[in-house]
Design a protein around this ligand. Sequence first.
Ligand code: F6R
Length: 605
Amino acid sequence: MCGIIGIVSNKSVSASIIGALKKLEYRGYDSAGISTISNGQINEQKCSGRVDNLEKILFQNPSRGDLGIGHVRWATHGIPNQINAHPHSSDVVSVVHNGIIENSDQLRKEYKEKGYTFKSQTDTEVITIMLTDFLKKNHLIDCIHKTLEKLEGSFALGVIFKDFDNLVVGARRGSPLAVGYGHNENFIGSDSYALKSMTNKISYLDDGDFCILYKEKVEFYNLDKKKINKEIFELSSEDNTAEKGDYRDFMSKEINEQSVTTKKCINEYLDKSRNEINIYNLPIDPSKINKIRLIACGTAYHSCLMAKYWIEEFTSLDVEADIASEFRYRKIKFNSNDLYIFVSQSGETADTYAALEKCKKNQVKTCGIVNVVESSIARMADFVLPIHAGPEIGVASTKAFIGQLIVLYLLTLKISKERGDINTEEYLKLVLDLKKLPELIEETLNKQNDIQLIARDFIKAKGTMYLGRGYSYPIAMEGALKLKELSYIHAEGYAAGEMKHGPLALIEDGMPVVVLAPKDRFFEKTISNMQEVIARGGKVLMITDDTSETMNENIRFKFQIPKTNSSINSFLLTIPIQFLAYHVALLKNCDIDKPRNLAKSVTVE
Ligand code: F6R
């Protein structure tokens, strides 16, 4: 949430700042701004709305200067308007901020009593005022340190100073911040993706660190103002997939890529000749694991729910799936023989990170399943399993969900085999079925026009429901989440068997209901629940691999997925629910890649 960029260079920086902000826009897009130092003055320009608006403003009135900071905002304190947009500047400093200052009300009061006035409603402005105040009597390092000491909450900062026109300061507590190294220029950015077009040499600040960028060097300091050294990582050059190409938007590109990303992920983990899953050195020997706990947020939580079903099915292990924002505050009975698995596309989600931190404090064994391998979660977990999906830019997670499912499924099979919970024959059959999955995904992707036809039924709907049992239940939850975040239509994902315990009251004439009914051991029961919906006027979109014609007259539309083994048909059910959300949103003219009120990397609580 919110994207920060800072550059100090030997040439004008505003075009590079705008370029980086466009890359960071997935983190927040309700306003944008830039500050540079030129002619000994801070030159701040900002606007509500997208980076395009800022670019137009700069076209009329260019921001000059060889150093500067930029920001894209996802509002927390104060409505998204021009005044609340970052940077927040005084005569002497300019600040961009990602995260939340929890004691900002108290600090505001304190500094108002000292005679300072505030222009915005943001928590960020207290940082500007504090730096301004501390600068009067302190050297730069003390000024930064004293300010950071007084701040509570989780944040990343970028700061420039009128009187130090050769440096940019970055600081991190809780929210991510990367440092990039160039030739006669250096950078800070909320993630390496934004810096990638400028450099492939990156370091990461740890919590409590701050840094001072000069064009020819970078100095790092820890919590105690001690100078420290940082490891420099070289980013791989393979991730050039972050462009839309011929697609209308990133989401359609990312949905359509799923057969390829699935294949890539399977190839990364599966030894072709021996059909062995290359997951070794888990932090606990699989035969000694007592229980598995899966922790994540949103779509990633749905992949954990799915894994819960797989782990229960294929292993003798006890398993729980938790929402990270709940887990982090619960009184967990930690057990050193339990394996704690954290799933996150970005690897930066604040709640998931905090839950992981809690586990680390309790000295239990952790594993991260992430897309961004340079992320905070990847760096903190004892063991990391990347999903190899490539950059996911659309705010709604699609290919990362499928990637998380693949890795969780492979991990389940690996643990199951190592523990002797399934025999070699069963294992081989499951692995061989999985190898065929990319083709089946491709086949399902090719049927997206069918979904376009039914999408119209949803655009006027007051609300809708997604129903499933067993393996289909987490996908029903995911379907509902995708529809609501993209099309702003209320949607509920329900275990089909729960309908009669309350939600059935919502069904009325013409209400669209999505029923996930693959021909698995729950099929007949799901069909009964579907008939209860149809009897009350629900218009059913049935997604199934059943080819019989019997019930068709009562069903508004049937979407056929290919047949595979029932434990992996959840992958195929996912494709039509993604397309449905996509096409409904398209018909409603919603912003597909940047749904309202959301952002990609949720680095606030
Ligand atoms: C929904 C979506 C979110 C994320 C959630 C966790 O489409 O993308 O629900 O899944 O914010 O994000 P990560 O996976 O980055 O931890």
